[in-house]
Design a protein around this ligand. Sequence first.
Ligand SMILES: Cc1cc2nc3c(=O)[nH]c(=O)nc-3n(C[C@H](O)[C@H](O)[C@H](O)COP(=O)(O)O)c2cc1C
Length: 229
Amino acid sequence: MTSLPLPADAEAFDRIASARRSVRAFRPDPVPDDLLERLFTLAGKAPSNCNCQPWITHVVSGEAMESLRAQLAAAAASAPAAPDIAITNDYVEPYRQRRIASAITLYKTTGVTRQDVEGRQRLNLRNYQMFDAPHAAFFCLRRDFGMREAADLGIYAQTLMLALTAHGLGSCAQGTLSYYPDIIRRTLGVSDDLVCLFGLSFGYPDPADPTCAAITPRAGLEDTVVFHR
Ligand SMILES: Cc1cc2nc3c(=O)[nH]c(=O)nc-3n(C[C@H](O)[C@H](O)[C@H](O)COP(=O)(O)O)c2cc1C
């Protein structure tokens, strides 16, 4: 980190980027419509390959949200996941250790241990209840797009998450929300030509919930960035 005095915008950005973290407990209050539109307009300022803006986002609230919550939770309790895009389960090192460290951080806030299979399953099922969030976004892409467009979608989603944080809102990106894509397509009328890459539960955080205390570790610069000076 530089020791030079920071411009006010840089200070604000540092604060927002550092404050963003995955929120897994929400209050029921809905986000006003005009704020929703502002946030998704900001997300659309993200850059993309050839400015193709490949993202197609379905933002869900109200009855559709409750219907999805019920259907996804029922599917997760009874059927194996059937995602459009394969799930990476067997990470090699060092990614495996990073995954374990972040899971342990989360489990610690809830009192669940790695050995507690039932407790872990209970936490996992909370994904499909979308952590009681009042809203979710589902990020879709054309099926024939590739990694470049998937990267565009990730940049778009992070822009959205930072905008949410700046407005006092919380969010959790969730690959798990893409594990039963037929439910998403059927309920939201999404064409078969699109895949759902991941979803995002969002709303006003419930700071009283212990999971909100989870601060996940990060690998050092020396392990993630190669400077050629
Ligand atoms: C694309 C993507 C998918 C994710 N999927 C899930 C998920 O299904 N369930 C979950 O609880 N967290 C999920 N996360 C959140 C990560 O676990 C979290 O970002 C990571 O542990 C770092 O913690 P932080 O977001 O609090 O900084 C996902 C994050 C991303 C970017």
